[in-house]
Design a protein around this ligand. Structure first.
Ligand code: FES
Length: 82
């Protein structure tokens, strides 16, 4: 069982979200439907993080899974080693 999330990508993923709609952000990094959960976490101890959009428009979701502002990008990917 892995406790460290996989780095899905070292850049955020832009998604046009809808106000009031809830999205399930992948925390394990194994989803093939990044940045959202596709059920792949079932073999891990991770669970998806629900997030409800407060306004319609683009949102930049963290894909490196290191953000402190989950599910959104906080620039942490820039500090990851190559
Ligand atoms: S697939 Fe990663 S949290 Fe569900």
């Amino acid at each position: 069982m892995s406790e460290t999330p996989e780095i899905a990508a070292k850049e955020p993923i832009k998604v046009d979200v809808e106000e009031g709609k809830t999205y399930f952000w992948c925390t394990c990094g194994q989803s093939k439907r990044q940045p959202f959960c596709d059920g792949s976490h079932q073999t891990t101890s991770f669970t998806p993080l629900p997030w409800t959009a407060t306004k319609t428009g683009p949102a930049f979701f963290c894909a490196c899974k290191q953000t402190a502002k989950s599910p959104l990008c906080d620039g942490s990917h820039a500090r990851l080693a190559d």
